[in-house]
Design a protein around this ligand. Structure first.
Ligand SMILES: [Zn+2]
Ligand SMILES: [Zn+2]
Length: 307
């Protein structure tokens, strides 16, 4: 080899194939809605939930030393990044040991919950309120876009929603947009839903993006569910028997009242959904239904008169 080759362009940071193959970047959306966890709808206390989730998060990091883990807390009023394993403070210490994930994460989570509760003061009226899932999904996708743009070689990221709060139909449009954006970027959205009823949003998210939707039956075995279903990288997933979706609730929310509906009217121009008939589309202003057919029959009448 000529000596000049040694002074060529800088080599990529990591070898290509291996780095992109069995390495995981997992963005975990952790439901920290204080109103849900303090309500009767939550099947277990938040502290028990964390006692299952923290060992799982640690196991993801232990599977491969290049794995990256980001945790976003989803609250009632806001969302925030609460942990990133690639942050300089969370990297390996000088003696090669990993710094403890739990202390840092739990402290940040505590701050988050206090702030979220403060922001939502006076709002609680007994009913269980939904979490800001659309916000945390958008934050996760922004983070993933940054990874995509960071260079040619990067692991394949995925999103994992650990969720319990009920769906908020008012977030329908924002959540569907996030789901389609994830589908376009080929980012699977996995969901582990522990609420009382199934979550139509998460069922659709996992179905559309090719992720796994799981509703654990036994809360005592939550850690086992998490590690067997969600800990493996996307490459190894092809060799596993993962839970198949038994049915997806495809119901939509109307754009006019943000209510979940079984049947409705759809604008053929912009695909907005309405629960009742409108003369004009509230989104794009297209005239439809009776009004348009009246206009059409008017022109038809004119035509027939002319002929
Ligand atoms: Zn409506
Ligand atoms: Zn329209």
């Amino acid at each position: 080899m000529p000596s000049s080759s040694s002074s060529s362009a800088p080599t990529p940071a990591a070898p290509s194939k291996m780095y992109a193959d069995d390495v995981s970047v997992v963005v975990v959306l952790l439901d920290a809605n204080p109103f849900f966890w303090s309500s009767a709808a939550s099947p277990l206390p938040f502290s028990s939930f964390l006692s299952h989730v923290l060992p799982f998060l640690n196991s993801v990091l232990l599977m491969n030393q290049m794995n990256q883990l980001v945790v976003i807390a989803t609250g009632r009023n806001y969302c925030d990044y609460i942990y990133d394993s690639s942050a300089p403070t969370n990297r390996k210490t000088g003696n090669g040991k990993m710094t403890a994930l739990s202390c840092d994460l739990v402290a940040k989570l505590e701050e988050f919950v206090v702030k979220d509760e403060k922001l939502g003061k006076g709002e609680s009226n007994g009913a269980v309120m939904s979490s800001l899932l659309s916000g945390s999904l958008s934050m996760a996708l922004c983070f993933i876009q940054r990874i995509f743009r960071s260079g040619t070689f990067h692991p394949h990221p995925r999103i994992l929603c650990l969720h319990g709060s009920p769906d908020g139909p008012e977030q329908y449009v924002a959540i569907m947009n996030a789901i389609f954006s994830a589908q376009r970027s080929m980012v699977p959205i996995d969901s582990c839903y522990i609420g009382a009823l199934n979550s139509a949003f998460l069922q659709q998210a996992s179905y559309i993006t090719g992720g796994v939707y799981l509703k654990p039956q036994l809360m005592d075995g939550l850690l086992q569910y998490l590690t067997t279903v969600f800990a493996t990288d996307l490459h190894s997933r092809a060799f596993l028997q993962l839970p198949k979706s038994v049915g997806v609730d495809f119901r939509a929310s109307c754009f006019c009242h943000k209510k979940t509906i079984d049947m409705g009217y759809i604008c053929s121009v912009c695909i907005s959904i309405f629960c009742k008939h409108h003369k004009k589309c509230l989104t794009c202003g297209s005239v439809f239904g009776q009004a348009q057919s009246d206009a059409a029959s008017e022109t038809n009448k004119r035509k027939t008169i002319r002929t």
